[in-house]
Ligand binder design. Sequence first.
Ligand code: GAR
Length: 177
Amino acid sequence: MIGVLVSGEGTNLQALVEAGLPITAVASNRRDAPALARASCATAAFELSEFPDRTARDRAMADWLEQQGVRLVVLAGYMHLLTPAFLERFPGAVVNVHPSLLPAFPGAHAVEEQLAAGVAESGASVHLVDEGVDSGPVLAQERVPVLDGDTPETLHERIKSVEHRLLPEVVRELCAR
Ligand code: GAR
């Protein structure tokens, strides 16, 4: 059973849903995340401001996911770092999708930073999550060209169209293990 963590639009969540993967729970650090409305399963928000600290928030989120029967956690545009308190509850079973060819350009502004650096090629990466920022072993990666005149929006859309295929493929493989 899959739990998905989201913070934003949720187009990757949508791709996972459309791939028919067994998603039982969707959680967010933002109560107003548009992604939550794309879920037809149980949803919950765990806003940092409602807990004493990040560890307490992550413990509560892990408890809730476990109650929903989650065994594999997919970060689909989840923009907070996860603490050890969360990761130790799902050892080796947390994956993330990121809009660059990791380990290049980790972080929350990867698309803007790649354009500013003038790279000719970007990409999408799916990787196992550890305590670092978009670090952890890469499971799958695909290249995406950067075109003349690209804006952060046009490049990100091109990357996302690859993410929407790559992420469900990797998650399906992990479920089959
Ligand atoms: C995706 O492009 C994902 O790779 C990125 O956020 C976007 C979420 O889009 N994640 C990161 O940058 C993680 N560091 P979505 O909400 O439409 O799926």
